[in-house]
Design a protein around this ligand. Structure first.
Ligand SMILES: Cc1cc2nc3c(=O)[nH]c(=O)nc-3n(C[C@H](O)[C@H](O)[C@H](O)COP(=O)(O)OP(=O)(O)OC[C@H]3O[C@@H](n4cnc5c(N)ncnc54)[C@H](O)[C@@H]3O)c2cc1C
Length: 552
């Protein structure tokens, strides 16, 4: 008799969802992870818990009219599917849109998830109605952020553990998928030495023993490649984005190492859209790192002025929070790898969100009193974590005058590329448009449009003001680095999350879900993401794997 009905490789969100579903069906499951128990939940624990959902009560209460049709137009305009191998990804995108517009919220709500009442407007787009971007706010921040998503699936899994249906085995690193007559029959790997490192820290890879486990179904939920810069650079689409940066910060823990991808390919899995990835342009080095080269992404509101490394303002639509990959391409086309935000204290207070559960202790705590204390009763100060970056972050300059600001920027960059007079001229010209209701500055027009949304006016978009008026200061500059995060392509799967080989046929007994499967199908985002679709895709594809009749 095999050791289990199904073996799941990876205890991140996708693995937990698949395990919970299989447990509900009475299946015997072994869930393996190379990390220690402290890391259960994987990347999702660190996430902001933002979920892409369509036409929800939260949206309606904020006056947002969304629909399946509008979301579909946005998704397809962003994905720009253009390859024969986009057949499964496109089907996954359609299926997720149906799910996100119907069953997703009630199902999660019944499980206990709740969302912050102000729905966020992420990826506002590339400037065309037919192109990339969210026409309306859809980013639902889970109350409790990432841990508030993970806890519900972890609870279900632990209930099944207590009932003897699921077994959790940590420090089990899978090195090989065992195949017999073309079908998966189990996995083999290395038992790693115990490690007491805290969650998110790099752990040892010291081998203690070998192991082999058997099951007629093997579900790979091992995450993407963002923690492995060699794999990121190898797959980097230089033709579309420009050359891969030499300096990057890591937006994910070291366990996001991509090792299982080649192991799955060796077993018959087929990777498609390897060159599609989702890395951010607004990364800052974490002054208090948890994982190696730890970077934090700034989720910016629309008001910071964005300059390239030479101090030239980026043109619209490359505005903060609009078009991630378009902006990445524009930055790399300058021949430099970093860019700059220049802003005021008023903007940082209202507009800087740092992506990560630990950077938002108020939301993560699920306590309204904390949210009110840190965001509303804090006077001119931003949240504690944002103020800490201002004081200690190596990419931050805070100054009372523009001359001091520029000196600080050039000191950080180690050059003299920013010319104070030229920067002053651009900021002064922008300031002169602030009181003009007919302004021609595209960023100011975008700010006015953002403030038409009640949620933005309330907590996300500062009232337009003059940067050079000391009343609004101090002035702040932030060096922005490329931050690796998500893998958009991945193992090709059908809607049952079965791995589909290069011949178009399902590989018997092999499944993949979550980021390793490009969040569904091998890349259901196509070229661009609308945000909140990563956790959403892990939940959906993990659920489909766990519900599949093909799991023995
Ligand atoms: C800071 C941060 C903020 C984010 N914010 C959001 C957000 O707000 N909204 C959103 O939609 N997405 C967000 N994301 C992205 C999202 O969290 C991830 O894409 C998602 O959690 C990936 O889940 P997963 O289960 O596919 O993989 P992972 O979470 O990476 O889990 C994979 C697991 O597999 C294990 N593993 C890998 N290889 C092996 C092996 N060979 N043997 C055994 N075990 C193995 C790993 O140790 C790991 O525990 C964020 C990510 C980060 C890091």
């Amino acid at each position: 008799m095999p050791d289990a009905d199904a073996i799941i490789v990876g205890g991140g969100l996708a693995g937990l969802v698949a395990a919970a579903e299989l447990g509900d069906r009475g299946k015997r499951v072994i869930l393996l992870d190379q990390e220690s128990e402290a890391n259960l939940g994987g990347q999702a624990f660190w996430s902001l818990g933002g979920l892409f959902m369509i036409d929800t009560p939260e949206q309606r209460r904020m006056g947002i009219r969304d629909s399946h049709g509008l979301a579909q137009l946005d998704w397809m305009g962003s994905a720009q599917f253009d390859r024969p191998e986009d057949a499964w990804p496109r089907q996954w995108a359609e299926a997720y849109l149906d799910f996100a517009a119907t069953e997703m919220r009630p199902w999660l709500h019944a499980m206990g998830l709740r969302w912050f009442p102000v729905v966020g407007w992420a990826e506002r787009g590339g400037g065309f109605a037919t192109g990339h971007g969210n026409s309306v706010p859809r980013f639902h921040i889970t109350w409790g952020t990432g841990p508030g998503v993970v806890e519900h699936f972890e609870r279900l899994v632990r209930e099944h553990v207590a009932a003897g249906r699921i077994e959790l085995r940590f420090r089990h690193q899978v090195d090989h998928i065992v195949m017999q007559n073309g079908a998966a029959t189990g996995v083999a790997g290395t038992l790693l030495a115990p490690d007491s490192a805290a969650r998110g820290q790099r752990t040892n890879r010291d081998a203690v023993a070998a192991f082999e486990l058997s099951a007629p179904s093997v579900i790979v939920t091992s995450g993407g490649i963002g923690g492995n810069f060699d794999l990121v650079r190898k797959a980097w689409p230089a033709d579309r984005l420009g050359p891969p940066p030499k300096r990057m910060v890591a937006g994910v823990p070291a366990h996001v190492d991509g090792r299982m991808i080649a192991i799955s390919e060796a077993a018959g899995g087929h990777v498609i859209n390897r060159d599609r990835m989702w890395h951010y342009t607004e990364g800052v080095a974490n002054w208090d790192p948890i994982w190696p080269n730890h970077g934090i992404r700034i989720l910016p509101g629309p008001s910071s002025m964005w300059f390239d490394a030479e101090g030239n303002r980026l043109p619209a639509p490359f505005l903060p929070g609009f078009d991630t990959l378009g902006t990445l391409k524009a930055i790399l086309a300058t021949g430099h790898e970093h860019s700059w935000f220049v802003l005021t204290q008023k903007i940082i207070k209202k507009e800087f969100a740092l992506s990560g559960s630990e950077q938002n202790p108020d939301f993560t705590s699920k306590k309204w009193s904390e949210v009110i204390r840190s965001r509303i009763l804090s006077g001119k100060r931003a949240t504690g974590p944002v103020e800490a970056f201002k004081a200690k972050g190596e990419d931050f300059v805070v100054a009372d005058t523009l001359a001091e600001l520029v000196a600080g920027m050039n000191r950080i960059a180690g050059n003299t590329l920013i010319d104070a007079a030229r920067l002053h001229a651009q900021i002064a010209a922008r300031d002169a448009q602030v009181d003009n209701p007919f302004a021609k500055d595209a960023q100011l027009m975008a700010i006015h449009a953002a403030r038409n949304y009640r949620g933005d006016r309330l907590i996300r978009t500062a009232k337009p003001h003059r940067f050079l008026d000391p009343e609004n200061g101090p002035l702040i500059a932030v060096r922005l680095n490329v931050l690796t995060r998500k893998t958009l392509g991945g193992l090709q799967t059908d809607l049952d999350s079965r791995m589909i080989g290069a011949d178009g046929q399902a590989v018997p007994g092999l499944f993949a879900a979550g980021e390793v499967a490009g969040f569904g199908g091998g890349g259901y985002h196509g070229y661009n993401a609308l945000e909140g679709t990563f956790l959403g895709g892990c939940i959906f594809s993990g659920r489909n794997a766990g519900r599949s009749d093909f799991v023995a």
